[in-house]
Design a protein around this ligand. Structure first.
Ligand code: 3EB
Length: 343
């Protein structure tokens, strides 16, 4: 019998609202368990923000998490966290200029505290991480800042005895224009089921040409949310086949390739659960390097999925630098569907 069968999961519910709706909900008395605000500079205790320019018509959006139990909050080193006893949401905002450390050291310190927070909060398993790094493609003293970030991140995973290769959490890593290294994360008491993309080399096995240490993430993670639901968290997905970027300089073709990669990840995920996930039914966040490309990406999505598909209608578009110079677009997503995981 698996841990999943032994431990009853208190339900976690997830909904995407406009930022205004999310704020109104919190003001009406019932502060949600947590959230992530896309396109806000506010870092509320229950809803840290992603401070990037919103390019979609709906304006800033919020993914709001509802838990069933009593919420307890705490601070561990540089990490602020909230837990209902089964799930834990956390946030780190580390001002580089104020800290006077390089990106590698900063990332290592952030992740070291993150794992300490998981221990203190009683939720040892990371499911999903959102990483935002200023000037991600900038030079950090002979090595690109993203590559430095990868060094510190992987080191902290190894030092904490956390899965840095197979079993790594789902993640994204983007560049946004602000002074702080921002990390947001979801953890739980049960390890998620990692999912890879058969069209791509696992990121944690990328060759050294992409930096001395590999990125630490799985292509997706599946988790039972309680209440008979399964969540699929899809990491940042881009126009990469094998380990190589394809369709250089062509945002239209990069978007189409990204959709094929999302389809492949969803196929691999569906093989591990009786829940049914599908490309048109995702809550997506679309990151574009160039503001002018947003309408082109939207057009490709609408043409491929139909203009009424939830993936098209609910997507939040943000301006951000993608972690590889040659990538113009990256799409991350989640979805929740009724079902159970295959053990
Ligand atoms: C890629 O597939 C694109 O470093 O955490 C996507 C998702 C990417 C997560 C990360 C990087 C990360 O390699 C980049």
């Amino acid at each position: 019998m698996s841990a999943r069968d032994l431990l009853k999961v208190p339900p976690l519910r997830l909904e995407r609202l406009t930022l205004a709706q999310g704020m109104a909900m919190a003001a009406s008395g019932s502060a949600p368990f947590g959230g992530l605000g896309y396109g806000t500079s506010d870092n509320l205790a229950w809803m840290p923000g992603v401070n990037a320019q919103v390019l979609s018509e709906g304006g800033p959006m919020a993914d709001v998490w509802h838990a069933s139990g009593q919420v307890r909050s705490g601070t561990t080193g540089v990490v602020r966290w909230r837990t209902d006893g089964h799930w834990l949401l956390g946030a780190i905002d580390l001002d580089e200029a104020a800290e006077g450390q390089g990106v590698a050291q900063l990332a290592e310190r952030a992740y070291t505290d993150l794992f300490r927070a998981l221990a203190q909060g009683g939720c040892p398993h990371l499911l999903r991480i959102w990483n935002y790094l200023p000037q991600i493609n900038g030079d950090g003293g002979g090595l690109e800042r993203y590559r430095q970030f990868n060094m510190g991140r992987q080191q902290a995973f190894l030092d904490a005895g956390q899965a840095a290769f197979e079993g790594a959490p789902a993640a994204c890593a983007l560049g946004i224009r602000q002074g702080a290294l921002c990390i947001r994360f979801l953890a739980g008491q049960i390890a998620p089921l990692p999912v890879e993309n058969p069209r791509q080399v696992s990121a944690y096995r990328y060759p050294e040409t992409y930096g001395p240490r590999s990125p630490t993430f799985s292509r997706a993670a599946l988790a039972e949310l309680g209440g008979g639901d399964v969540a699929l968290f899809i990491s940042g997905t881009a126009s990469i086949i094998g380990h190589e970027t394809v369709h250089l300089g062509d945002v239209r073709a990069q978007t189409a390739e990204t959709l094929r990669n999302l389809e492949a990840v969803i196929g691999a995920a569906n093989a591990r659960t009786d829940a049914r996930f599908s490309l048109p039914a995702l809550e997506a966040v679309v990151y574009v390097r160039h503001v002018a490309d947003a309408p082109v990406v939207r057009e490709v999505l609408a043409a491929a999925l139909g203009s009424t598909a939830p993936t098209v209608q609910q997507a939040v578009y943000l301006e951000a630098d993608i972690c590889r110079q040659d990538l113009l677009v990256e799409i991350e997503a989640h979805a929740v569907a009724a079902g159970t995981l295959r053990s």
